[in-house]
Design a protein around this ligand. Structure first.
Ligand code: IFM
Length: 435
């Protein structure tokens, strides 16, 4: 059974999360081209060459979608804003339709009693900025702060919280080292620069928002429990390297003013000149910290160049992503982040959920959510300052390189008619979150 609202500390917030490119329909409303449009248009990069041109048509159906969030009993709705919808060229003249859209959306949340929790960037880089090197170009920190300023001049007065960038690991490593996400590079120098510039842009955007007097500004990183495939010293060292790249690089940049030695082993020759001087900007004050958590990974040593590891299959039941279901990892990360990095700062689980093929009778998703919420509750009971939980995702949507086949939603979306149908998990959460 899903733990109930009353099982959590007073004032604990529940919500659902989505992102702009995954649901809005980027062909609508004068949005500019993004590097995801380019990536998807290149054969072999996304399942069925699918892209976010139409997605869930949220651009036109946002009122119905916000009604669904409200019907869930949610307190807060985590959404993201598309840089290319607001600034089609990435810089310069804003798209009035784009700003109007986010203005309506935020007012729509407030009208339904939902707190708007914005993420400024959830991966749709404007193509004209990609042409200039995208995240490899240090100037992106300036461009991103300009975007933050233009957007927040319009809606910043009504946002409950803001995080500049969703999952820096995906923006940096997954997209520039593994090549699975746009821009699809496999290049260590590009990766080192992108990962550093993501943090720099996080800092400049926070500065721009603070200059506007905005509050409740945070950061959202993803975490994966790294487990050595065997107890050999080689596998243990490999899993420490995985942990340092995935789980430590970004949070240590933000909170400790440096990078883990295990990452510098590979990155030192490739980081941009003067990177050590950037931590004053990167280490801006945070009001909260968000953790996205889905799974654990088994890591084995592999011969070859740094980082010298490979993921190997583990024994636990898996979601439709092939990800092992490992709920205690969520508890462990909440406790670890508070203990090692953020102390008394409020923590939020900003994403957690599963892809499933079970359609609207998604008992597997109910079990997944129940198990993970129980771990959040365990952490809260132990005194970890976790203050809220968002599930990913409100509705089935564009799962990036995997297209529309991977279904994370509490609400099913018919790909032809765009009809929304709440699943059993939606009803179960609505019952658990009732006030
Ligand atoms: O769909 C993604 C989301 O965009 C970022 N976090 C993980 C989700 C599931 O893969």
């Amino acid at each position: 059974m899903i733990p109930q609202r009353q099982d959590f500390p007073n004032g604990f917030l529940f919500g659902a999360a989505t992102s702009s490119y995954q649901i809005e329909g980027h062909a609508f409303g004068g949005a500019g081209r993004t590097h995801w449009d380019d990536f998807a248009a290149t054969p072999g990069n996304t399942a069925g060459a699918e892209d976010g041109a139409v997605a869930c048509d949220h651009y036109h159906r946002w009122e119905e979608d916000l009604d669904l969030v409200a019907g869930l009993g949610a307190d807060v709705y985590r959404f993201s804003t598309s840089w290319a919808r607001v600034l089609p060229e990435g810089r310069g003249t804003p798209n009035p339709e784009g700003l109007d859209f986010y203005d309506r959306l935020v007012d729509g949340m407030l009208a339904r009693g939902l707190k708007p929790a914005a993420t400024l960037y959830h991966w749709e880089l404007p193509s004209p900025l990609a042409d200039l090197g995208g995240w490899r170009n240090r100037d992106i920190a300036k461009w991103f702060a300009e975007f933050a300023d233009v957007l927040c001049a319009r809606i910043g007065d009504r946002l409950w919280s803001v995080a500049p960038i969703n999952e820096p690991w995906c923006v940096g490593w997954l997209s520039h080292f593994e090549g699975h996400h746009a821009p699809g590079l496999r290049d260590i120098r590009a990766t080192a620069r992108a990962m550093h510039h993501v943090l720099l842009a996080h800092g400049t955007a926070l500065q721009a928002m603070r200059a506007r007097g905005m509050e409740n500004l945070g950061a959202v990183c993803n975490f994966e429990l790294a487990l050595p495939a065997t107890d050999s010293p080689e596998d243990e060292a490999a899993s420490r390297r995985y942990d340092a790249i995935f789980n430590r690089f970004f949070i240590e940049g933000m909170t400790r003013g440096g990078y883990p030695a295990e990452v510098l082993e590979g990155f030192a020759p490739h980081l941009p000149q003067g990177w050590e001087e950037d931590f004053t900007t990167i280490g801006q004050k945070l009001d909260w910290f968000g953790l996205n958590y889905y799974t654990c990974k088994r890591i084995a040593a592999r011969p070859g160049p740094w980082p010298g590891y490979a993921e190997v299959p583990g024994p636990l039941p898996k979601t439709d992503m092939g990800w092992e279901i490992c709920p205690e990892g969520l508890h462990d990360f909440l406790a670890r982040v508070a203990r090692d990095y953020t102390g008394a700062l409020p923590l939020y689980v900003t994403e957690n959920g599963m892809a499933s093929t079970s359609g609207v009778q998604d008992d597997d998703r109910i079990a997944y959510l129940a198990a993970h919420l129980a771990e959040v509750r365990r952490a809260a009971d132990e005194g970890v300052p976790v203050k809220g939980y968002f599930t990913w995702s409100l509705m089935d949507n564009y799962e990036w390189a995997l297209g529309y086949a991977k279904r994370f939603g509490l609400v099913a979306v018919d790909r032809d008619s765009q009809a929304r149908q709440p699943k059993a998990s939606y009803h179960a959460l609505a019952k658990a979150w009732a006030r």
